[in-house]
Design a protein around this ligand. Sequence first.
Ligand SMILES: Nc1ncnc2c1ncn2[C@@H]1O[C@H](COP(=O)(O)OP(=O)(O)OP(=O)(O)O)[C@@H](O)[C@H]1O
Ligand SMILES: [Mg+2]
Length: 332
Amino acid sequence: VTQDRPAARRPVEEAVVFAVGSINVDVEMQLGSPSGTTVQLARRSLVSSGGKAANVATLARRWGAPAELAGCVGRDELAGLAVRGPERAGVEVSGVVSSPDHPTAVSTIWLEESGDKRIGLATGANDHWPEGSAERIEGVVGALAEGSIVVVDLEADSAVVAAAVHAASRRGLTVVVDPSPPARLDDELLASATHLVPDDREAAVVAGRDVRIAEDALDAAEHLRERGATYVHVKLADGGAVLAGPDGRWHLVAPRVEPVDATGAGDAYAAAVAWCLRDGGDAVAAATAGVAAATCAVGVFGSHEVVPTVDDLRRTMGRVRVESMPEEPHRG
Ligand SMILES: Nc1ncnc2c1ncn2[C@@H]1O[C@H](COP(=O)(O)OP(=O)(O)OP(=O)(O)O)[C@@H](O)[C@H]1O
Ligand SMILES: [Mg+2]
């Protein structure tokens, strides 16, 4: 006798990009000429959602990946603004918690006419998740669909970040680590990274050596691989990147663009790596996507509001040049 009752139906388990880390309100100004007084007029300004994890989740979602965001905001007026960007993009934000006694993080960004940039970051709630958050995030990561990509930055409560990374590693999920700020990268996190994505300065700090040219970056990347990271991408100041992994070493050369504002370009790199890996891409494809996304991002003002479309991204990926690098990195 067959039963009338429909079989218990579970929703199709879909792999996601799961971003854990900072959520901020960004206040960004492009300043005009110095006035000789303490007030400097801005040519344009933008107040928007920002923060590394928020940027990563938003971009991955805009490019078509299901994305979830875990972070901590305050119980204040700015919280809504901080989460609005990801929410509008269709990111799952139910994993965003709030701190009872710390405000929503704010990042103030001044872009000088000279191209110099100053950022003041008040980390607020990002560093003060409510009690029990580490245990909670372990559970959430434990329940992610197979094939999900976990992306972390270090601008958040280190116990929560460590718990997310350990839970992901235990399951064999791919972990992307943006080691920013680099001082917070410990040996365990480093060794748990499937993809470590420092920029040149961060790679220099973490590896303890100068990074000026692609060969230096490769040297630093190999050193970080010896310490346990599987793939290391070093983002170069000219927009390119060096990638080192168990299957080779590559230099990715970015197409030339007129840089407007690099704010959020590093986050775009991490987002594209996660987006590509979730889609089944390999490490070289992921780095190509990363370089393309950063290239698109430096061409626009702000970190978040205007993003390259998936077509822009794919088109730009076609303009990234991938070169193999020699076995023996130069030393010295
Ligand atoms: N002229 C350029 N053309 C293309 N890409 C560029 C250019 N200049 C910088 N980039 C890229 O922009 C990205 C900047 O990343 P980085 O992590 O250093 O930024 P950041 O200042 O830390 O900001 P974020 O908060 O996004 O991390 C890198 O991927 C770098 O290669
Ligand atoms: Mg960065």
